[in-house]
Design a binder for this molecule. Structure first.
Ligand SMILES: [Zn+2]
Ligand SMILES: [Zn+2]
Length: 144
């Protein structure tokens, strides 16, 4: 795992000249410890009890800012944008039933070979990285 610690993210926000409000701090705290790749809407609903007056736009803006300064990545999967605090190269395993996304460590050794293969298969396209999505059924869904 290569999650950014909440304190590092806060430092990066400050360095980018962004004000660290209690709401932003709570969003950072939520995402820094979250390996479930939540959507902005999910984070909003999670923080709603603590910040009843917070606008959903605040969540979107903060996540955009975090993405802009490289503290999280946006994943476009299944029609929704999910946020990933793990900015190191890695793959994802997606449950076809409940949509849960988990991190899968990608093999650093394998990556150059995959890039070379893709370069050969897709001419006139500069491949920079390869990210795999493994699709299947998670343990929880398999037992229900
Ligand atoms: Zn599942
Ligand atoms: Zn991830």
């Amino acid at each position: 795992m290569n999650l950014n610690a909440a304190s590092e993210i806060v430092d990066a926000l400050r360095a980018a000249g962004l004000k660290v409000t209690p709401q932003r701090l709570a969003i950072v705290d939520c995402i820094a410890h979250d390996e479930t790749h939540p959507t902005a809407q999910e984070l909003y609903e999670r923080l709603q009890p603590r910040f009843p007056t917070m606008a959903v736009a605040t969540v979107y803006n903060t996540l955009d800012a975090l993405t802009g300064i490289g503290c999280c990545r946006q994943l476009h999967m299944g029609g929704s944008t999910r946020f990933d605090p793990n900015v190191a190269p890695h793959d994802h395993a997606v449950c076809e039933r409940c949509g849960t996304i988990r991190d899968v460590a990608s093999s650093a050794l394998e990556a150059p070979a995959a890039i070379a293969l893709t370069r050969a298969a897709v001419p006139d396209f500069a491949v920079q990285r390869v990210e795999r999505i493994y699709r299947g059924v998670c343990a929880r869904c398999a037992t229900t």
